[in-house]
Ligand binder design. Structure first.
Ligand code: ADP
Length: 505
């Protein structure tokens, strides 16, 4: 057999070797492939494990993402809820600031708005009113009766001073607060509620109950909103109270003003009547005085002229004094008569075109003897002609009085200045002297009847205290104005202004 085999080998020696080698090679290739396959399978298993691990990680992360997403949604919902509540609050605060009427403010509360801030019951109680409950939303009539009874029996306002915020799910040591909590949760059937005090000008003037029958999710948010709402409401009601008080005071003041005005106009009427009576009396009496005075003057002058027999010089001197005094009396009576006539309107201003510069010069001319006697210096500043409508006789009396005063109250060597200025609308006249002057406190009074300055040597100079009153009456009758200026011992200045365009008086 051995030889057979060898024989076979021998037979096909070359072929046999090739076949064996080929088989061997195939075996090797197979082994290699199997080894490679095993390796690949191992790698696959490893990858599979890796994949499974990754898958688990992804799964874990997905779970995390979903959880975060859920949490985010929850937060978002809370934010949305708060936003809704804040927007509702904003709407309410707009209503609060848009009106000064409490009823309109209270009408601003409604169940829709309330729902948006997370409540379905709202009760607003104010101290000031009898029924006290001013806003009630979500409160059944039966429950309202309980509440009214409770408010009558208890005094909730004093508790609120101590506890301005009472919350349903909190414990309080005070028994009264517990009673409140029990009452509200049982009788008003509220699962969650807040009671906030309405504080105005430091006093508890009311309270606000906000609650719901379904409990709470966002406690802090609700508390915050209730606090903001009660704060805004308190400020609004405080402002309205202030406004109402102001309004009432204004009305009371207006009534007082009206009353006073009525009283004043009645007093004015009475005064006018009295003044008229006075003018009539003065003019009647003055008129009656004139006749005997004319006789006195006439007889004195006849006596002085020796018409009733020769009289001594001594008597003549006395008669002259009588004549002078009678002149003073006549002048006084004339002035009183004129004042009374102008005041009572019995004398009208007779306007005619004339030259005021000429009138002033004429008066000055007539006064030359007195001016020369005192050696006074006269300054006259005026345009050559100032022509307009005025009552010549009356304005002559104005110049006569002002200039005779200036001469009277200015010591020798003094200066008297007359200035006349003209504008399109008016004529201004200034009569200034360097005399004794007028104290500031007397400046307005000198135009009053019979007023004479008591101080500064004025009293020693004779006069009636009627001249300036007449002057003022004349200027006022011309629709002009007059005033005096003076600095102590620097002389007095009288200024009057006459309108040029006024035709009727
Ligand atoms: P009378 O001069 O007759 O007393 P008036 O009415 O003219 O009356 O004047 C009132 C008072 O005003 C005078 O008594 C005097 O005290 C004061 N007064 C008027 N004019 C002057 C003046 N130019 N200087 C100083 N005092 C004056």
């Amino acid at each position: 057999m051995h030889s057979k085999i060898f024989g076979f080998f021998n037979l096909g020696d070359g072929i046999c070797w090739w076949v064996t080698t080929a088989l061997f090679l195939i075996l090797l290739v197979l082994i290699y492939y199997i080894w490679d396959l095993i390796n690949r399978l191992k790698a696959l298993a490893r990858m599979n494990k890796e994949f499974e691990r990754n898958l688990e990680e992804v799964d874990e992360q997905a779970r995390l993402v979903i959880q975060t997403d859920l949490e985010m949604n929850e937060i978002q919902e809370k934010i949305d809820e708060r936003m809704r509540a804040l927007l509702a609050l904003q709407r309410l605060s707009r209503i609060f600031s848009s009106s000064l009427e409490k009823e309109k403010i209270f009408a601003g509360f409604n169940s829709e708005l309330l729902g948006e801030i997370g409540f379905n019951v709202c009760i607003l109680v104010l101290k000031e009113t009898q029924s006290r409950i001013r806003v009630e939303i979500g409160l059944e009539p039966e429950r309202k009766k309980y509440l009214e009874k409770f408010l009558q029996e208890k005094n909730p306002f004093s508790i609120l001073k101590q506890y301005p915020l009472i919350i349903s799910n909190q414990n309080y040591a005070e028994n009264d607060v517990n009673q409140w909590q029990d009452f509200i949760s049982n009788n008003l059937a509220l699962k969650f509620f807040l009671i906030t005090a309405l504080v105005m000008e430091g006093n508890v003037e009311g309270f606000l109950v906000l609650g719901n029958s379904y409990g709470i999710e966002d406690f802090e948010g609700k508390k915050e909103i209730a606090e903001i709402l009660s704060f805004q409401l308190s400020r609004t009601l405080e402002n309205i109270n202030l406004f109402e008080e102001l309004f009432r005071t204004k009305q009371a003041l207006e009534m007082k003003v009206q009353e006073r005005t009525r009283e004043l106009s009645q007093a004015l009427e009475r005064l006018k009547k009295i003044n008229k009576l006075k003018s009539e009396f003065v003019s009647a009496v003055s008129h009656e005085f004139r006749t005997p005075l004319t006789s006195i003057k006439g007889y004195a002058s006849l006596l002085a002229k020796d018409k009733f027999g020769k009289v001594s010089d001594e008597i003549k001197m006395r008669l002259e004094r009588i004549d002078q005094q009678a002149d003073i009396l006549v002048d006084m009576i004339n002035k009183m008569l004129d004042i009374a006539r102008i005041e009572s309107g019995r004398v009208s201003v007779e306007l005619a075109k004339d030259d005021i510069t000429k009138v002033a010069q004429e008066v000055l001319e007539n006064m030359q003897p007195q001016i020369k006697e005192k050696n006074l210096h006269i300054e006259f500043q005026s345009p050559p002609h100032v022509v307009f409508l005025f009552d010549k006789n009356m304005i002559r009396r104005v110049f006569t009085n002002l200039l005779s005063n200036a001469v009277k109250f200015t010591p020798s060597q003094g200066t008297i200045r007359i200035i006349i200025e003209e504008s399109a609308e008016e004529v201004k006249v200034v009569v200034q002297d360097s005399g004794i002057g007028i104290p500031t406190e007397d400046l307005e009074n000198v135009f009053r009847e019979f007023y004479r300055v008591e101080s500064g040597g004025s009293k020693e100079i004779k006069g009636t205290g009627l001249g300036l009153s007449l002057v003022k009456n004349i200027i006022v009758a011309h629709k002009g104005k007059i005033w005096a200026e003076s600095q102590p011992s620097r002389g007095a200045t009288f200024i009057f202004i006459l309108p040029k365009k006024r035709q009727e008086v």
